[in-house]
Design a protein around this ligand. Structure first.
Ligand code: SAH
Length: 215
């Protein structure tokens, strides 16, 4: 069966490298992970195109470049770190993170998406991923603190529990702003000091929960 490896290499070159992604480990992970496996069969012919695609529960799988950019901003250099992801969705970003870290904890609001992501990630034989259905605006306190936190849905402000669950020298990438346009923001904690720097404009589906959007 078609494994789309050529399409994947073209995606990485034409959408990701040309836009300035340089981290070799991120590039290699994007070449490796079979993005088509995370979407429905009818969309496989669009799996490596330069835009987000719909998933179940009215959500989206992010554009490949955004996945690469957010992952690069997280700065997972050594492969021995613990990562928290909020908004598992399809599980595609989860797989990329699993390639670059020791363990990934991921929280998704919809059990239907959690189940599907677990099933695909098991089939692809990832052993360092834990996923649960819950309100991720509260983080996942049981396994805190985390070296890196990635939030793949937008919030009006950075949820305090996520700041609390970030390790010293930790990094968080999160889209912060209004409902239909946000800034991709890099939050750092250094000796207890929290700083936030906007990186670029972006548009994500809303993070809905106690410390996110309310509806
Ligand atoms: N990384 C995913 C992106 C999915 S879109 C991918 O590339 O497939 C964002 C996801 O965040 C959606 O699946 C949505 O259901 C989820 N989400 C929204 N609010 C949430 C919350 N409070 N806790 C956990 N997940 C949430």
């Amino acid at each position: 069966m078609e494994d789309f490896s050529e399409a994947r290499k073209r995606m990485v070159q034409n959408q990701i490298v040309v836009r300035g992604i340089k981290d070799r480990r991120v590039i290699d992970a994007m070449i490796k992970v079979p993005r088509h496996e995370f979407i429905t069969l009818d969309l496989w012919n669009q799996a490596y195109n330069d835009y987000p695609l719909p998933t179940d529960c009215n959500q989206t799988i992010s554009q490949p470049y955004i996945v690469a950019l957010m992952t690069e901003l997280l700065g997972l250099k050594r492969g021995d770190e613990k990562v928290l992801e909020i908004g598992t969705g399809s599980g595609y970003q989860t797989a990329i993170l699993a390639e670059l870290s020791a363990s990934v904890y991921s929280v998704e609001r919809f059990s239907k998406l959690t189940l599907r992501a677990k099933e695909i990630l098991n089939r692809l034989d990832y052993k360092n991923i834990n996923i649960k259905t819950d309100d991720g605006t509260k983080g996942w306190a049981e396994f805190a603190p985390y070296d890196a936190i990635i939030v793949t849905a937008s919030t009006p402000q950075v949820p305090q529990p996520l700041i609390d669950q970030l390790k010293d020298n930790g990094r968080m990438v999160i889209p912060v702003g209004a409902r239909f346009s946000q800034d991709l923001t890099l939050v750092r904690k250094e000796r207890g000091n929290v700083t936030a720097v906007s990186h670029s404009g972006c548009v994500f589906v809303p993070l809905i929960g106690d410390y996110g959007w309310k509806d």
